[in-house]
Ligand binder design. Sequence first.
Ligand SMILES: Cc1ncc(COP(=O)(O)O)c(C=O)c1O
Length: 350
Amino acid sequence: MTIDLGHHGDTEVGAGLVDLAVNVRREPMPPWLSGPLRASLDDLAAYPDATGATAAVAARHGRDPGEVLLTAGAAQAFVLLAQALRDARRPVVVHPQFTEPEAALRNAGHSVERVLLREEDGFRLDAALVPADADLVFVGNPTNPTSVLHPAGEIAALARPGRVLVVDEAFADTTYRSGVPGEPESLAGRRDLPGLVVLRSLTKTWGLAGLRIGYLLGPADLLPRLAAAQPLWAVSTPALAAATACASPVAVAAEREIAARLAVERDHLVRRLRHVPNLTVAGDPASAFVAVRFPGADKTRVELRERGYAVRRGDTFPGLGPDWLRVAVRDTATTDAFIEVLTALLEERP
Ligand SMILES: Cc1ncc(COP(=O)(O)O)c(C=O)c1O
C-alpha cells in the first residue's frame, strides 16, 4: 500500500466534532501577542523586514542572527532544506515521524531512505540505525506521532562533518521535566555540533497555524543556501510580529507554564488510556499527543466520529499502521468523556 504522506490531522476535524486530531492549542491569545499582531496591520503597506524578529529569535536561543532563518511555518523549512540540498546523496528520514520532511524530499526529486524505530524499543532513537554515510538526516524531537522525547545525547551522536542533521523541534516547548528549567532535550542552543539544523514552530502552542510562522537555527555558512531557496518576503509582517513577541522572556515563561499544565493533563490521559482493555500506549509520551495501538483502531476511528470525536488516523505514518491512532492531550473533562465513549465502543465489539 502506498502511504498518503500528505494526510494531516486538520482534514479529520469537522463541524460538531470534538477535535482530538490536531495538535494546535486553542486558548484565547495573550495580550502580549494579540497587541503586536493587531498593531502590525498598520504596517501592511510596507514589505516585511525580518531584521528585528530575527534578532529577537536569535537572542531567545543564545544564537547569532546569522544562524536564524524565519520561515512560513516549520513546513516551509522542510521544503527549503529539500530544495537547497539537492546534492545530498543519501537522505534518510527516521520514522515514525511527521510526514512532511519525506514529502518535501520526494517532491524535490530525492530518493528517500527510511529508518524505522520499533515499538518494542519504545520508538526510541538508536543512532546506530542511521547509515554512516547518510548526508542528510531528519529526526523529530519530541516526535510526532509517538510523543517520544529522545535524549539530546543520542541525537547529538548523529551529527558529523559532511552531514546535515535536521532536528524537528516543533513541539520542544511542550516538553517538561520537573526540576529542569528549560526544554529538557532541546539542541536549539547548540553551536558545537557540525551540520545541526533545528526547526521550530510557533503555530502549535500559540494557536497560529493560520498565520504560518516558524524558523530554523543552523550554521551561519549553511543558512544563506536555504535562504536563497525561499520566496522573497515569505514571512509576512504579522508573522514577524508574532515571532518577536513569542521570543520574549514573557512568552518563554508562559510556554513553561503551559508545558507544566499539559504534563498534568497528559498524565491523566495516559493513565486513563492504560485502563482501556487491549490498548497499548506508545513509548513514554512527552508532548501534546499520544499514540495508541489496539486491534481495529481504523474502524474505531470511524465509529468515534459517529459519536462526536475526531482522532488522527495512524496508518499514514510509516512504521505505524491501521491499528494505530493519535490522540491529542486535552483538559481532563474532555479526556474523561472521550475515554467513556472509546471504552463503550470497544465493549460493544462482538
Ligand atoms: C512535528 C511537526 N513538525 C512540523 C510541523 C509543521 O508546523 P508548522 O505549522 O510550523 O508548519 C508540524 C505540523 O503539524 C508537526 O507536527
